[in-house]
Every structure is written in structure tokens, then in C-alpha cells.
Design a protein around this ligand. Structure first.
Ligand code: PBG
Length: 320
């Protein structure tokens, strides 16, 4: 008889035949940084995750470094918004100040910035509005300005999340022409118009004031289109391809892993975090075990990098 259970009989043999393992090296920890002073506000729908002003962030960064998490992904919450999100390329904007602060005080911590406009525009959309929709090519011009200002502030990697066509080409050319040929791009390649972003939009104050993001983010029904989009980003020169969200899109992570010779990242988004936290709080699941199992499933699906609000907690489990 075929007996698959022989290799499951003890922890030792299970360890020997284990195919996938998580490591703290896989994690990127997102940080919300708010303009102002004396701010450390917990986000109601994301227990354990805070919005910090820069003067309050050292403790958090000390912890990230002590846990050996290699990288952070920065999101800015500005004090002023306008139609175009011009604050995104202000050299004294919150993100530019944060990059300088972190690189000065934690030079070995790898700093990635989310490149978008939704936290900075008065209408909450990811670019310039023309006739009630985001204008792709006008937005690209502003993306270049934003990226160059992050680069000048000293960022290690940029991650454009707005889903405008031609973004990677525009960023690569702008960086190369401005002396930043060595700065890599992590493309939010296959980003779906997902309801799982709900808690993030509360956290970052970035919900659209009219309509939705369906004319630029992808339809959750589509898989082939994801490959097409990733192909464009790959050919335009993205260094890392990302799938977002992660848990409901594990098939897409595997598609990218099988089809591209690039590191694959996934974004374990706010709603995925909130669901586990809420169920654990009610005592309906074992929060720690479900967290580790979900992260493992992303790795098994093919993710080389996992962006997750669980990074600190999972690192503590792994370092035990
Ligand atoms: C900005 C952006 C969003 C997220 C990351 N970057 C929100 C959105 O597209 O509406 C979501 C992250 C999360 O839910 O954790 N465009």
C-alpha cells in the first residue's frame, strides 16, 4: 500500500521533509508616519498598528531592528491635501523627512516607499482627476516628481502602487536620467480593486470621496490579465513583482512565480490582518497559529517577500 504517513511520524522526520519555511528575512513591515508631533495613535481596525509622528517613532524602529526585520515600507499622512497631491514631492514632506531620519539613525534598515497619491489628494484618488476619472498620463508626470524626491532624500527602493499604465517605464527612465540607476523598483504589478483595503483606508485617511478605484485597480475575477500586467512591468524594468492582496490571490502569486524570473512579493493587506485579529480577540481562532499558517501559505504559493503588519509578531515567534 502507498503509505504517506511514514514520513509524518515524528517532529524530527517532519522537519527533515519540510518543503517551506518562513524566516524573518522574508518580511517587510509597513509604517504609517503622520505629519505633526506627539502622535502615537492606534488604528482602531488594526490592533497593534499605530500612526506615529516622527518624534515618536524611534521606539518602533528600535524594535524592528532588534527583531532583525530587514525592511520597512513607508506610508505618509500629510497635514494638507490638494487636487494633485503636490505634497508628495515636497522635499520637506513627511515621507522625505522620514527617509532622512531613518537612514541617518538606522542606516542598515532598508527603506522602501509606497509611491502613490491617495493619501495626499483631496478627492482620495491615486492621481490627477480629469472628467471624473484618474488621468493616466498626467499622473505619470507627477509620479516621476514624487519618485525623484524620495530618491534625493535617500530611499533604498520605491514601490509604485497606483496602477497607472507605463509607471515602471516612467520611473526607470526618470531615475536613470537623474543619477539613480542603482535604485530598484518593486512594482505593485497585480493589484486588485479589493474590499480588503478597508482598514488601511481608515488608517491612512485615503478612501476616495467619489466613485471607486475600479478603472485602475484590477477586477478580482481576472487571472490572465494579471500575467499580462506583470509582463508589462517586467519588460519595463521592475526589479520585484508584487501581488496584492495576498490571501485571496495565492493562485496569482504562484502564476507569477512560475512565469517570471524575478523575486515575487505579496502584500498581506490590512483587511487580512484585521480578520485574524478580530477572530482571535473573540477567542474563535488561535491568532498566533493562524497568523503563522497564513504567512506560510504565501511563502508556499511562491512569495519571496511578504509585506505584512504581522512582521513584528511573526518575527517574535520565529526568534523564539
Ligand atoms: C495606496 C495603497 C493602498 C494600500 C497600499 N497602498 C490602498 C488602496 O489602494 O486603496 C492598501 C494596503 C492595505 O490594505 O494594507 N494606493
Amino acid at each position: 500500500m502507498f503509505r504517506t504517513r511514514r514520513l509524518r511520524r515524528s517532529e524530527a522526520i517532519r522537519r527533515l521533509v519540510r518543503e517551506t519555511t518562513l524566516s524573518v528575512n522574508d518580511f517587510v513591515y509597513p509604517l504609517f508616519i503622520e505629519e505633526g508631533t506627539n502622535i502615537e495613535t492606534e488604528i482602531a481596525s488594526m490592533p497593534g498598528i499605530m500612526r506615529f509622528s516622527l518624534d515618536k517613532i524611534a521606539k518602533e524602529l528600535d524594535e524592528v531592528v532588534a527583531l532583525k526585520i530587514p525592511a520597512v515600507l513607508l506610508f505618509g499622512i500629510p497635514s494638507a491635501k490638494d487636487d494633485e497631491g503636490t505634497e508628495t514631492w515636497n522635499e520637506n514632506g513627511i515621507i522625505q523627512k522620514a527617509i532622512r531620519f531613518i537612514k541617518q539613525n538606522y542606516p542598515d534598515l532598508y527603506v522602501i516607499t509606497d509611491v502613490c497619491f491617495c493619501e495626499y489628494t483631496s478627492h482620495g484618488h491615486c492621481g490627477i482627476i480629469y472628467e471624473n476619472d484618474v488621468d493616466n498620463d498626467a499622473t505619470l508626470v507627477n509620479i516621476a516628481k514624487q519618485v525623484i524626491s524620495h530618491a534625493k532624500a535617500g530611499v533604498d527602493m520605491v514601490a509604485p502602487s497606483g496602477m497607472m499604465d507605463g509607471t515602471i517605464d516612467m520611473i526607470r527612465q526618470s531615475l536613470d536620467n537623474s543619477g539613480f540607476a542603482n535604485l530598484p523598483i518593486m512594482a505593485y504589478s497585480v493589484k486588485y480593486a479589493s474590499a480588503f483595503y478597508g482598514p488601511f483606508r481608515d488608517a491612512a485617511d485615503s478612501a476616495p470621496t467619489f466613485g471607486d478605484r475600479k478603472t485602475y485597480q484590477m477586477d478580482p475575477s481576472n487571472r490572465e490579465e494579471g500575467l499580462r500586467k506583470a509582463t508589462f512591468d517586467d519588460e519595463e524594468g521592475a526589479d520585484i513583482l508584487m501581488v496584492k492582496p495576498a490571501l485571496s490571490y495565492l493562485d496569482i502569486i504562484r502564476d507569477l512565480k512560475n512565469n517570471f524570473d524575478r523575486p515575487i512579493a505579496c502584500y498581506n493587506v490590512s483587511g487580512e490582518y484585521a480578520m485574524i485579529k478580530a477572530a482571535a480577540e473573540k477567542g474563535w481562532i488561535d491568532g498566533e497559529k493562524v497568523m503563522m499558517e497564513s504567512l506560510l501559505s504565501m511563502k508556499r504559493a511562491g512569495a519571496d517577500i511578504i509585506i505584512t503588519y504581522f512582521a513584528k509578531e511573526a518575527a517574535k515567534v520565529l526568534n523564539k
